[in-house]
Design a protein around this ligand. Structure first.
Ligand code: SF4
Length: 368
């Protein structure tokens, strides 16, 4: 079973060298095939190392109303998988439409092994293989700025840069360096930096700080920027489900809370999501989360559904087609059952519907 702390240290050494980041190459990957099925939202890869994603579909397609338009018509927030577009609005000027397009790169290393990972396994292993390439932060921001300029000519606003992975928090230095670079270029009030964490790196980061290999104040320095937000993902609501999802030792289930608190206590705007919950333990999980952060914290919990990505299907189908179909069905059911639990919980506690609370305001009041 995986120890995410020790694997994280090993992978970090591989993907972060001479202040450069090893990025995954999308060429010839199953993920690239997914990106090219645009489905009206993903604009696809740009070259081999970058891609653009549209958070919420804006165009009606094949006679079907887009989630954004349906949301405008009904006001039902449950239609929106993400509330990413709303995060920058607490501190930055603009409309939520201005933050719908996201420029993404992927660090080629992760410290866990989720069975629903959307990335081809070889693009998460830290090895300098499959066309991976090291980039400096200046080169990354140059690529973003150049693409942003091109998209502007097409009438597309590109105002979000997202370091993804892999596990971006293996190298928090990238967040601070990009924020500084954006600042240097006068872009801090226009460009929002959104990144992700799988919440298994808290102790790893502290070990690096203790050894003097990472600035002890780095998270506080990142938190000083208003144009940064962190998407965090709890991979399961109990130790058993956490292990099933990530292949990590179950004792690291609590590392998720530890890591969340490390970022939150530094003052970072961190948003919690849960993937593949166990509906039987979800309420207990929510109580644990609220025990750390207070009653309002219940309103922060959002669920992610698992997409039928190419790498996921191939991985599952190696165990047989029937197994793959049953697993995808099980994940869908867990998502629906989880939504029901959160709906009941919020109705009973606060008389509000799941997703009715405005998370950015709560995050601002709670952590910033
Ligand atoms: S944490 Fe993210 S990148 Fe890492 S294996 Fe899980 S889904 Fe993939």
């Amino acid at each position: 079973m995986i120890n995410p702390t020790s694997l994280g240290l090993k992978r970090r050494d591989l993907v972060y060298q001479d202040s450069k980041l090893l990025l995954a190459n999308f060429a010839l990957t199953e993920q690239k095939a997914d990106l090219e099925k645009t489905k009206g939202n993903t604009k696809g890869p740009i070259g081999d190392y970058f891609r653009i994603k549209t958070n919420i579909k804006t165009e009606n397609k094949d006679g079907k109303e887009s989630p954004m338009n349906e949301f405008y018509r009904t006001g039902n927030k449950k239609l929106l998988m993400f509330d990413f577009n709303w995060w920058p609005l607490t501190k930055m000027e603009g409309q939520q439409e201005d933050f719908n397009e996201v420029f993404i790169y992927q660090l080629k290393g992760c410290n866990v092994n989720c069975n629903f990972c959307f990335v081809d396994r070889f693009n998460n292993n830290g090895a300098e293989s499959h066309g991976a390439k090291f980039f400096s932060v200046e080169e990354l921001v140059d690529s973003f700025a150049e693409t942003r300029k091109q998209k502007k000519q097409e009438g597309i606003k590109l105002n979000v840069l997202r370091p993804s992975g892999g596990e971006p928090s293996l190298v928090p230095e990238q967040w601070l360096a990009i924020l500084q670079e954006l600042d240097k270029r006068g872009l801090s009030s226009e460009v929002y930096l959104q990144s992700d964490t799988n919440l298994t790196t808290g102790h790893m980061l502290e070990q690096l700080m203790d050894k003097g290999e990472l600035d002890k104040c780095i998270l506080n320095k990142i938190a000083e920027y208003d144009n940064f937000g962190l998407l965090s993902c709890f991979k399961g609501t109990d130790p058993e489900r956490f292990t099933e999802n990530t292949q990590c030792n179950p004792k690291f289930f609590e590392e998720q809370f530890y890591s969340y608190n490390l970022f939150a206590n530094a003052g970072i705007a961190i948003y919690p999501h849960i993937v593949n919950p166990n509906s039987k333990s979800l309420e207990m999980f929510a109580d644990m989360f609220a025990a750390d952060h207070g009653e309002e914290a219940y309103k922060l919990l959002h669920l992610f559904s698992i997409g039928p990505y190419g790498p996921v299907k191939s991985r599952l189908e190696r165990r047989g087609e029937m197994y793959a179909l049953a697993k995808m069905q099980e994940w869908r059911e867990n998502y629906v059952a989880g939504e029901e639990v959160l709906e009941n919980l919020l109705q009973n506690k606060f008389g509000i519907a799941y997703k009715d609370a405005h998370r950015p305001d709560i995050v601002e009041q709670m952590f910033r």
